[in-house]
Design a protein around this ligand. Structure first.
Ligand SMILES: [Zn+2]
Length: 319
């Protein structure tokens, strides 16, 4: 059974996809040290025991990035709050906390007052349904003028009117700006990326971020199909940067910070240049014979068995 699965993954990686080399020139080959257009201060990384539960920074006046404190949770997920003139969208709600709702309410109040408005509808959606991205949904379910999207693929597809999951896309008009929701299953069945055309960004969730890119061994083909679709989309839409759900790498090493470490030095920058997509595809292609856990610059491919108990990486997909 496992052997047959390996063969089917190998066939997929080596045969069915477009050769990576044909695609490289189409995406801008930004180098890792290319300055980002985002003027983020260094993200708080748990050095102070009393740091606030959430760190809010802005990409622009209508696009905010919120990070949960490492002191609160070693996952320290990133969330994104996007304002149009009629609707706001919150991507992810992090790990359960007593204060996210208050932080989001405060940011919405600041935005309303700056834009001389009295209210705005809030849509709470998710990059995917894992617990570190949906943990504060409870606090938004009773919020006035707010919709909380479900976590299952069929619920996400229904809300955004995605007719054919995962190959269709959906655009959501927010008033003066829109976002596009792109199904990208692999890490999780309901995983999506969100395109913000105003900033040439893909909010890439847990499929792509500077850290361990987790997918079940048996889901490698699903992950690769999503990667191929997103590469095609990124070329067409001139995506420049990917902002994901976590930072797990230092800036000066390809080895992730220790699991559960609550204070870090020298984290990798959050934004990854779009050529990361091709680099991940090449790395997966090079694994066409055998899926293994392996470190690369800016990311670690982390295929893992559905039940890893009793098995050890890096070769645990092939046992
Ligand atoms: Zn996560």
């Amino acid at each position: 059974m496992k052997h047959m699965k390996t063969i089917s993954i190998a066939a997929l990686l080596s045969g069915m996809i477009i050769p990576a080399t044909n695609q490289i020139s189409a995406l801008p080959l930004l180098q890792n040290d290319t300055p980002t257009p985002f003027s983020f201060e260094t993200w708080r990384a748990g050095q102070q025991a009393n740091e606030p539960d959430f760190h809010v920074q802005s990409i622009d006046a209508n696009t905010l990035v919120i990070r949960q404190s490492l002191r609160d949770t070693f996952e320290a997920p990133f969330m994104y709050l996007i304002f149009g003139m009629d609707k706001a969208v919150l991507i992810d709600t992090g790990v359960k906390s007593t204060s996210l709702r208050r932080v989001i309410d405060r940011e919405i109040d600041i935005w309303l007052s700056a834009n001389q408005k009295s209210s705005i509808e809030l849509i709470v959606m998710h990059s995917h349904g894992h617990g570190d991205h949906v943990g504060n949904d409870y606090a938004f379910k009773s919020r006035p003028n707010t919709i909380v999207v479900g976590h299952k693929p069929e619920e996400v597809a229904k809300f955004f009117s995605i007719a054919d999951w995962p190959t269709d896309l959906a655009s959501l008009e927010l008033g003066g700006r829109s976002i596009t929701v792109i199904p990208t299953p692999g890490h999780h069945p309901s995983h999506v990326m969100v395109h913000d055309p105003m900033n040439d960004i893909l909010f890439s969730g847990d499929m792509i971020y500077p850290g361990k890119l987790y997918f079940q061994c048996a889901k490698a083909d699903t992950y690769m199909q999503s990667l191929n679709r997103i590469i095609e989309y990124a070329e067409k839409e001139d995506i420049k940067w990917l902002l994901g759900g976590h930072i797990e790498l230092p800036s000066n090493s390809n080895t992730a910070f220790p699991f559960n470490q609550k204070s870090r030095e020298n984290e990798h920058q959050l934004a990854l240049p779009v050529d990361i997509l091709n680099r991940i595809r090449i790395a997966l292609n090079d694994m066409s014979d055998e899926l293994v856990v392996k470190e690369f610059q800016d990311f670690t491919l982390f295929p893992h068995p559905a039940t890893p108990q009793g098995k050890q990486p890096p070769n645990w997909c092939n046992e």
